[in-house]
Ligand binder design. Structure first.
Ligand code: ZN
Ligand code: FE
Ligand code: FE
Length: 264
């Protein structure tokens, strides 16, 4: 397996494990590259209770260095961040981009307005919302993130389906404009296997979105979103089959924010 670029560390306060344990899991899974991409700081601090603080960045760099030490030449370690796309965050993301020799930055939409809609804490709110309107806002925000050009990888494309709240009927009306925005910008998307373990019981994105992305020539990485060492590269064989069925022949590798294709 080429790489798992979306993984977390305990600095985000909701992940477990040591760098050594993650590295052993990556080696056992037969990965060529293991990328670390914990939840990036957001301003103003404290922004919420599920990310590292800006003052913890040095600890994050130490964690990455420990992973490199543990890996030796058994698996290549890549350094990234999972950044939240929030209106007005552009200059801060630019600042973060200059703070380390990153291999990639991942962009995610977890917030709509002040609501982190994928947080199980606020699950009750979903039952009281207009699902169509939330979906429309989500995909508009996702397209804006793609258009910002700030990120190498766009995370879990249809995370908005996490708790199984989805509009009825054909969803292409949401997918088409965002596929166009991503294709025009050149960033790649994730096939994120964590969705199989959430109420939606489906990887992010849905097979139909993946097909549209493959047809539009949008690059792909397969990611686990591991929050524990046992989750590294979880369900990757199944994900590879899904990607191939959607028309993908390649996935992407990242080094110092440059990408190249490799056989999936
Ligand atoms: Zn997380
Ligand atoms: Fe995420
Ligand atoms: Fe994540």
């Amino acid at each position: 397996m080429p790489a798992d670029y979306h993984t977390h560390t305990p600095l985000c306060k909701h992940a477990t494990g040591t760098p050594e344990e993650y590295v052993e899991a990556a080696v056992a899974a037969g990965l060529d590259e293991y990328g670390i991409s914990d939840h990036a700081p957001c301003r103003p601090e404290p922004f919420d209770d599920w990310r590292m603080l800006e003052s913890e960045l040095p600890e994050y760099f130490d964690w990455i260095a420990r992973a490199k030490q543990a890996a030796g030449d058994r698996v290549t370690i890549r350094a990234g961040l999972e950044c939240d796309w929030i209106k007005g965050c552009e200059s801060f993301i630019g600042e973060l981009a200059g703070k380390h020799d990153w291999d990639y930055l991942i962009g995610s939409v977890h917030y709509l307005g002040g609501w982190d809609f994928d947080n199980p804490k606020w699950l009750g709110k979903w039952a009281q919302t207009d699902v169509d309107a939330v979906w429309a806002e989500y995909w508009k925000t996702y397209a804006e993130m793609a258009e910002s050009g700030l990120f190498d990888i766009l995370a879990h494309p249809d995370l908005v389906k996490k708790f199984s709240y989805a509009p009825a009927g054909d969803l292409d009306r949401f997918y088409d404009p965002v596929i166009e925005a991503i294709a025009a910008n050149g960033s790649v998307i994730e096939l994120n296997t964590a969705g199989w373990h959430k109420p939606c019981a489906e990887a992010y994105p849905a097979p139909r979105f993946l097909e549209l992305a493959a047809s539009a020539g949008i690059g792909l990485v397969i990611s686990s979103d591991a929050h524990a060492p046992t989750e590294v590269a979880r369900d990757f064989p199944k994900a590879r089959e899904l990607a191939k069925a959607a028309g993908y022949r390649e996935s992407q590798l990242f080094k110092q924010r440059q990408r190249k294709g490799t056989a999936i």
